[in-house]
Design a protein around this ligand. Sequence first.
Ligand SMILES: Nc1ncnc2c1ncn2[C@@H]1O[C@H](COP(=O)(O)OP(=O)(O)O)[C@@H](O)[C@H]1O
Ligand SMILES: [Mg+2]
Length: 252
Amino acid sequence: MSAAKINVENLSLWYGAAQGLKDVSVEVEEHTITAIIGPSGCGKSSFLRTLNRMNDHVPGARVTGRVLLDGEDIYARGQDPARLRKRVGMVFQRPNPFPMTIYQNIAYGPRVHGERSEARLREIVEQSLRRAALWDEVRDKLQKSAFELSGGQQQRLCIARALAIEPEVLLMDEPASALDPVATAKIEELTDALKENYTLIVVTHNMQQAGRISDHTAFFLSGELIEFGPTRDIFTRPRDPRTEDYVTGRFG
Ligand SMILES: Nc1ncnc2c1ncn2[C@@H]1O[C@H](COP(=O)(O)OP(=O)(O)O)[C@@H](O)[C@H]1O
Ligand SMILES: [Mg+2]
């Protein structure tokens, strides 16, 4: 019996005639952190976007193979991408708060999904900000613009916003690459705490970071998944010489 939260089977992705992902198969266990590493342009972001069908919005993009979430094919006919994206949230490289107050940023998603009770929304806002390790820093300024926060705080706000709609999986595309070392450390601590309640898949170009935060690591090269395994193995005894060359810094 497999306890896979996400099961990717022979996934290929085309942008028009150009192939972005080549026959990728991988299993992601629940309540783990998977790091996605590989040189620029190898398909890390493309792969992440296939997991919540963000590629649906890219003209000419086409997917073959299957992505199973709890055993259900997210690309099957009749699947609702909006419902999928509620279950599989995403955080991007650059913090992108909405031009609203801190409170509104978090309450927005639950409202869109039908929550009308202001009392319940207040609870959701507090809980989400607590889970994103931001509550203590913003509890006294919830009505201030989100743009008054530092970059690191804005990124945690975006994580809180993603958590507010109660996802099961959180995709993060280089979530700390625009942040200073202190803010980066906070994000890394946070990912570790989040794994108790969520399944995380995190793209990073920082290999030390992958080593610190992840249980499993996937190494991509030119759209191919070269190697996937326990993070320790990928970094200390990779099976593929291309993985070894990359993790030892010979290219990338
Ligand atoms: N929207 C798009 N349209 C066409 N080609 C794309 C698009 N997004 C990415 N690509 C191409 O797919 C390949 C992988 O890109 P990407 O997934 O962004 O890599 P990474 O995140 O690893 O840097 C690159 O060759 C890139 O040019
Ligand atoms: Mg990318």
